[in-house]
Design a protein. Structure first.
Length: 318
């Protein structure tokens, strides 16, 4: 199992197009990003933690979705929710890899929205047969121009239309309840998500959830395949990737916001994990994004309609 979704230096395992919004004027329910991925056989992502709610919907093929010890096989017409602060892992099938679209959102009413959909910590998968409508909505989102105030309202309307479409047809699928041991891991991850920008030791995490440090280590290794310290590092780097992509903050500010007092230490760890320095990563990311916006909307439309394996989008995990 992969324990981290990197970008530069990774083997390209999917064709993908992403539309991201760094800022929004809407606070109750805020659109953050959307995308579509056409995965190659056994392409996997995670386990990793996001700070947004993400709804994935499968257009073609099938794959495995896993949260801690809960695992299910999902196929065309089904979907799954990734919650903030909860590690998730998913992998395309070896013979019939999936193509899926996704939409990420936050906001003060985001939890209410998820509950309206019948989803929760114990109910993370669903069925919806309105694939053509969902496909059209995401394609419209990706064609938006966020430089226009009118388009910001249009995009917000499309977010509500996406959710309303799911509400018309969604049928939750059952998943087993978390075990007590997994709850310890979950609480540890919640602590990391809240304190990663500070000085954090594994002992601090263990003390917070009132278990022995060595026992915490065993739980992480069993459930996630990595140590608590490694999880903390990868979460910080994942957060740094988001900041470098979506903001203009200096490398020093990004380092500090991700828990590194010294920018050179942050840069060394970032390069080890991602394969590029923070500055080079930002430049290449933005260069690729400009090329995508100009030249690949026709390919995006083709992918959404057919799931054709010949489309050639760059690699990113969501």
């Amino acid at each position: 199992m992969n324990a981290f979704c990197g970008e530069e230096g990774d083997v390209v395992m999917e064709n993908e197009y992403v539309f991201e919004v760094p800022d929004s004027k809407f606070g109750e329910l805020t659109f953050r990003f959307c995308g579509v991925s056409e995965c190659l056989p056994e392409h996997s992502c995670g386990p990793y933690v996001r700070q947004t709610y993400i709804l994935h919907y499968i257009l073609n093929g099938k794959g495995v979705y896993r949260v801690n010890e809960r695992q299910c096989v999902l196929s065309k017409g089904e979907g799954f929710l990734i919650e903030p602060g909860v590690p998730a892992y998913y992998r395309a099938d070896a013979k019939d890899p999936w193509t899926y679209l996704w939409i990420g959102f936050t906001g003060t009413k985001a939890v209410d929205c998820v509950r309206d959909l019948g989803l929760s910590r114990d109910q993370l998968t669903f069925i919806c047969r309105r694939s053509e409508t969902l496909r059209r909505i995401v394609e419209s989102m990706m064609s938006s121009n966020m430089a226009s105030i009118i388009q910001q309202y249009v995009l917000q309307g499309l977010l509500y239309e996406f959710i309303a479409t799911l509400l018309q047809d969604i049928k939750p699928e059952n998943m087993p309840v978390l075990s007590e041991k997994n709850i310890y891991v979950e609480r540890a991850i919640q602590y990391i998500c809240s304190h990663y920008a500070q000085t954090v030791r594994v002992k601090d995490i263990a003390d917070y959830i009132c278990i022995d440090r060595s026992y915490l280590y065993k739980l992480f290794e069993k459930n996630l395949g990595i140590s608590p310290q490694e999880f903390l590092i990868r979460f910080r780097i994942f957060r740094a990737v988001e900041l470098l992509t979506l903001t203009d903050k200096s490398i020093e500010d990004v380092a500090r916001m991700c828990g590194y007092k010294e920018a050179f230490i942050f840069s060394a760890i970032f390069k080890k994990k991602i394969g590029l320095s923070p500055g080079n990563y930002r430049r290449q990311k933005r260069k690729r994004k400009r090329k995508k916006v100009v030249g690949k909307k026709d390919q995006l439309s083709h992918m959404l309609q057919t799931g054709n394996n010949n489309t050639n989008f760059k690699h990113k995990n969501i």
